[in-house]
Unconditional design. Structure first.
Length: 147
């Protein structure tokens, strides 16, 4: 498994990246997935705003965007290059404050959320949301990431 972590901001995220990597690897272990590759890229609100506008037609910033390289379920789910997850560090800070938890917890949450989207999970329907959010909670809690 190869998880690339890239910081496109001026903020030092070295310690957070160690934790995020541990959480993502734990999530893949829980899902019994081994041969995967994807990237997590930390950007600012301006950058993610442009991505959101250009690729989703939504003219505002967001917290996380996942770009899946494959949408075809015929691929072998155990040998996949998944794609890229972009996370806004500005949203990490504001949402951590809003929800009353640490920046590290928020960054881990958004990384897991993005990873699950790359794996095909979604939350558009209530039943899909229950599955995805339950899995998010399981991954975070089993990794020691709590509110």
């Amino acid at each position: 498994m190869k998880i690339g972590l890239f910081n496109e901001t001026e903020e030092n995220l070295d310690d957070d990246f160690k934790i995020v990597l541990k959480v993502l690897k734990n999530g893949l272990k829980i899902l019994d997935l081994k041969k995967l590759e994807f990237n997590v890229i930390i950007v600012d609100n301006n950058y993610i705003h442009e991505l959101n506008k250009n690729y989703r037609g939504i003219d505002r910033e967001t917290d996380v965007i996942s770009f899946a390289l494959e949408d075809d379920k015929t691929f072998n789910p155990k040998e996949r290059v998944l794609g890229d997850i972009y996370i806004s560090i500005d949203k990490v800070h504001s949402q951590a404050l809003e929800y009353g938890h640490s920046n590290t917890r928020e960054l881990c949450f958004l990384a897991v959320h993005g990873m699950l989207h790359l794996l095909g999970y979604d939350h558009m329907k209530k039943e899909d949301e229950e599955v995805m959010f339950s899995l998010q909670d399981k991954i975070l809690e089993s990794s020691g990431i709590t509110r």
